[in-house]
Ligand binder design. Structure first.
Ligand code: ASP
Length: 439
């Protein structure tokens, strides 16, 4: 059995965290391939090494002095090396990095050094082989991840190494230069490595015990989610619940490998298992609740709207022409409402309205701002009767006015629109009825 284990920045921020990670890896023989992030924050006021590298490189690129900044970064790594009592020295590596910064090797190269150096330390600490990600993870001419080439080369390389450390976040362009994924991209590397070695499990170790039923900033000590499907996770992530880089799902999902989100600071906790499908019943009818604030509802009324062919298309075209994406679109017989992001809409409001007027000649256009959308997600809702009833009676009891309801046809989610001011109270009411009371 082979497991791929990825550790996030906070799990590797200091020597103390490193040794927790060492214990975790040594506790299970099958944890053979390790994907580290760069050292993250040691406290809330600290700076991530990746951010230090970006700003150091900005100075280098501008032709300013960057030595002091670079030495601060070196200190972060040296304190880990010394704290673990290792013999490895990064002096030569930092000379190379400094020369490459002077030669303007690029921001991606700069940022990738956090993972690269942390990977070297990790390999030394564990006695595992070090594989530079630039030699096994590839991007194509357009800068897109080259899955085929990567899988071919990486598979072969892993077959030659029984245990190895592969730094996260970066790979190489066809010309050999370094390229990174977007921020948080070590999650993607972990997923790619898991696919290439046909891992039985991809463990993603972070600083929370998996996904939670609701946002801990809104609900005190929310329950963890034990098992969640990829589709449920997509719905919740889209609405702001983030535990994993969005693109990390695809390589393992296609290969049928589950992801286990675990907590480095609480290794006994089982965390959350993310699977393609499961016949395991969720503990509660709902799997999770997530939401976002800051939407505007644009309502358009026109008598006999239902009889006009192409009316909806013209309204949507007005938004499209101004580059505004649409979140939801509940409609009635003579009215339709379009939910959009307030931030995106505000600057273009009058142009959009005049386009709608010109294209559809409506009777009334009404705007309502400061709305929140809440997604109640769960595979268990499909066959359960009365879920919507429970949600809305809970909201009514909490004195919350519901402005929009949208149930996806897959019955995987129900989206509710409320005023921003009612947002927290609405999530609490829904959480209470399904989780606390579990009626
Ligand atoms: N170190 C990179 C970042 O801070 C990548 C990662 O941690 O996944 O975004």
């Amino acid at each position: 059995m082979v497991k791929v284990v990825k550790f996030g920045g906070s799990s590797l921020a200091s020597a103390e965290q490193f040794s927790k990670v060492g214990d975790i890896i040594r506790a299970d023989e099958s944890r053979k391939y390790v994907v580290p992030s760069a050292p993250g924050k040691r406290s809330s006021k600290d700076t991530k090494v990746t951010d230090m590298l970006y700003s150091c490189y900005t100075s280098a690129e501008a032709g300013e002095q960057f030595r002091v900044q670079l030495m601060k970064i070196k200190e972060r790594f040296d304190s880990i090396i010394n704290g673990l009592g290792l013999k490895i020295s990064l002096d030569e590596e930092f000379k190379t990095i400094s020369a490459n910064f002077k030669a303007k090797a690029g921001a991606d190269y700069a940022a990738s050094r956090g993972e690269y150096l942390n990977g070297m330390i990790m390999a030394d600490y564990l006695g595992y082989e070090f594989i530079d990600a630039a030699t096994v993870i590839f991007f194509d001419e357009e800068g897109n991840f080259d899955s085929e080439k990567t899988n071919q080369v990486l598979k072969k390389k892993l077959a030659e190494c029984e245990r190895a450390v592969i730094p996260g976040f970066y790979g190489s362009n066809p010309d050999g230069s370094v390229r990174t994924f977007s921020r948080g991209g070590s999650d993607i590397t972990g997923s790619i490595v898991a696919k290439a070695c046909h891992a039985s499990l991809y463990e993603n170790w972070t600083d929370v015990s998996g996904c939670l039923v609701a946002d801990p900033r809104v609900i005190e000590n929310p329950q963890p989610i034990k098992v969640i499907t990829y589709r449920e996770l997509r719905e919740l992530s889209y609405m702001g619940a983030s535990v994993l880089h969005e693109d990390a799902i695809f390589p393992v999902r296609k290969a049928g490998i589950p992801i286990n989100i675990r907590n480095t600071n609480d290794p006994q906790a089982e965390g959350t298992l993310i699977v393609e499908s499961t016949c395991q019943k969720p503990e509660y009818t709902i799997t999770g609740i997530a939401g976002k604030k800051g939407f505007v509802a644009v309502s358009i009324d026109k008598d006999m709207m239902n009889a006009q062919v192409g009316f909806c298309r013209r309204v949507l075209q007005a938004f499209e022409e101004h580059g505004i994406s649409i979140e939801h679109m509940p409609s009635g017989i003579d009215t339709m409402t379009v939910f959009v992001h307030q931030e995106e809409f505000e600057g273009k409001e009058q142009q959009v309205i005049s386009s709608i007027r010109a294209m559809t000649e409506p009777d009334v256009i009404d705007l309502e701002a400061d709305l929140g959308l809440i997604a109640v997600v769960g595979r268990g809702m499909k066959s359960a009767r009365g879920t919507a009833g429970r949600i809305f009676s809970a909201l009514a009891h909490a004195n919350i006015n519901v402005k929009m309801i949208d149930q996806g046809s897959s019955e995987l989610n129900i989206i509710i629109g409320v005023s921003n001011d009612d947002f927290d109270a609405a999530i609490k009411a829904i959480y209470d009825i399904f989780v606390e009371t579990n009626l």
